[in-house]
Design a protein around this ligand. Structure first.
Ligand code: V47
Length: 361
C-alpha cells in the first residue's frame, strides 16, 4: 500500500468518517488495488456478499428538452426537430404493454424539460401506469424535472411532489445532479436547476416521505476536488434527511454530443470512482454499478470494488445508447445472477426500495 493511504486505511478500519483531504488523497493515489480492497471491506461490513438487482423497465416519454446540456446526446431542443419525440399517454401505455412482463417490479422514467406539455401530462402518465400496471413501483422524474415543473407551473416543490405522489409516484431517480461545482455547471449545464436547487428538491422529497437516489456525472471537465465536494454535499444532505437509498456514479459518454473531444473515463477511472464513493459516502447504504453505463464487464468488476447493486434488466435504455454505450439493450435476470455469482457474490433480487423479492425458481 502506498504510504499516503496508510492513515486513510486506519480511519476506514476504525469506522471514522473520511475528510475532503482524505478523498483528494485517494484520487491522487495510483494504488487502485488498495483503494478497492478498502472499499470492498466496507461493502462486506455493510452487506456481506449480498448483491442486489431488480427487474425493471426504462421509459423516456419525451426527449424534447429546453436545457441545452453540452454532454447530452438524448435531448432535442424543440418539438419537430429530427429524432425529437413525445409520447401521448396512449402511446406510453402501448409502449409499456409491449415490454411489460408479469413479475416486473419497477418502471424508471426520466424525460426532457418539455415546454410544450401541460403539468397534467405527468400525473396522467402516473395514473395510467398505476391503473394498468399496478405491480410496478414508479421511480420517476429527476430533481431537475421537479424543479422545472415547480418553476413553470408556479408551484412549490412540496406541491409538485404531493400531486405526483397522489397520482402514483413511488420514489425519485438520482439523475440531473451532474457535478455540483458552479464552475463546471456554468460550462456544461448552465440552464437547468442549480446544485442547491437539486439538493432542495431531494430535501423536499425526503421530507414528504419519498426515498430517492443520487448520482454524479464524472469524466467531463471536473477536478478530483470537485468530485469530492460533490460527494460531501450528498453526504451532508443524507446526514440531515436519511432519504437517499443508493449512489450511482455516471461515467461520461462522448458520442453524439458537443463534448466529443473529451475522452471518456477508462475502466480504472470507473473503478476508482466506485471505490472512493463507497469510502466517502459512509451514510448512503448502497452503491450501484450501473451496467448500461459501465459496460457489463466493468460493472461486474465494480462489485468487488465497493459496489453492491447492479441495477436491473433495464430494457431499451436511450440516454446512454444515444451517447455511444455499447452495452446490450437489456440483460436477462439469469444473466445478471450469473454475473454476480461468478464474482463469488450472492445475488438478491430487490424491490426499488430494497425490499426482498421472493420468486419461485
Ligand atoms: O441525468 C446524460 C446522465 C442521467 C450523459 O436513479 C449522462 O436508479 C454520461 O439518472 N454521459 C440519467 N451521463 C440517468 C440516471 C439514472 C440511470 C440509472 C439509474 C438511476 C437511478 C438514474 O444520465 C442524466 C445525466 O446525469 N447523462 N447524458 C452522457 N453523455
Amino acid at each position: 500500500m502506498t504510504p499516503s493511504l496508510v492513515p486513510i486505511r486506519e480511519k476506514v478500519e476504525a469506522g471514522k468518517r473520511l475528510s475532503a483531504a482524505d478523498g483528494e488523497a485517494l484520487f491522487a493515489s495510483p494504488d487502485l488495488l488498495s483503494i478497492a480492497q478498502m472499499a470492498h471491506g466496507v461493502r462486506l461490513k455493510k452487506h456481506g456478499l449480498t448483491t442486489y438487482y431488480n427487474w425493471n423497465l426504462h421509459l423516456n416519454s419525451t426527449n424534447v428538452c429546453e436545457a441545452n446540456c453540452l454532454f447530452c446526446s438524448f435531448a432535442r431542443l424543440k418539438t419537430g426537430m429530427s429524432q425529437a419525440f413525445t409520447m401521448s399517454i396512449e402511446d406510453a401505455e402501448r409502449w409499456i404493454r409491449e415490454r411489460y412482463r408479469p413479475g416486473m417490479t419497477e418502471i424508471h422514467i426520466v424525460n426532457g424539460l418539455n415546454p410544450d406539455l401541460d403539468f397534467d401530462y405527468y400525473p396522467s402518465l402516473l395514473r395510467m401506469i398505476r391503473r394498468e400496471f399496478p405491480e410496478l413501483h414508479i421511480k420517476a422524474f429527476t430533481a431537475v424535472e421537479i424543479h422545472y415543473f415547480a418553476k413553470k407551473y408556479g408551484l412549490s416543490y412540496a406541491e409538485v411532489l404531493s400531486v405526483l405522489r397522489d397520482a402514483g409516484l413511488g420514489s425519485l431517480p438520482g439523475g440531473g445532479a451532474e457535478i455540483f461545482a458552479e464552475r463546471v455547471r456554468r460550462k456544461i449545464c448552465r440552464d437547468k436547476a442549480s446544485a442547491d436547487e437539486w439538493l432542495a428538491v431531494h430535501r423536499a422529497a425526503h421530507g414528504a416521505g419519498l426515498k430517492s437516489n443520487c448520482t454524479m456525472l464524472y469524466g467531463t471537465i471536473e477536478s478530483p476536488a470537485e468530485r469530492i465536494d460533490h460527494l460531501i454535499r450528498l453526504r451532508s444532505l443524507q446526514d440531515e434527511t436519511g432519504g437517499f437509498q443508493v449512489f450511482i456514479p455516471l461515467a461520461f459518454h462522448n458520442e453524439g454530443n458537443r463534448m466529443e473531444r473529451v475522452p471518456p473515463p477508462t475502466a480504472v477511472d470507473d473503478l476508482r470512482v466506485i471505490a472512493i464513493s463507497r469510502l466517502m459516502l459512509d451514510n448512503i447504504p448502497h452503491i450501484k454499478a450501473y451496467w448500461v453505463m459501465l459496460g457489463v464487464k466493468t460493472a461486474q468488476t465494480a462489485l468487488l470494488c465497493g459496489a453492491n447493486d447492479m441495477d436491473g434488466t433495464v430494457t431499451e435504455e436511450k440516454v446512454y445508447h444515444m451517447a455511444g454505450s455499447h452495452s446490450p439493450d437489456a440483460l436477462g435476470l439469469s444473466e445478471i445472477r450469473r454475473l454476480i455469482t461468478s464474482a463469488g457474490l450472492s445475488p438478491q433480487e430487490r424491490t426499488t426500495t430494497y425490499g426482498t423479492v421472493h420468486r419461485a425458481a
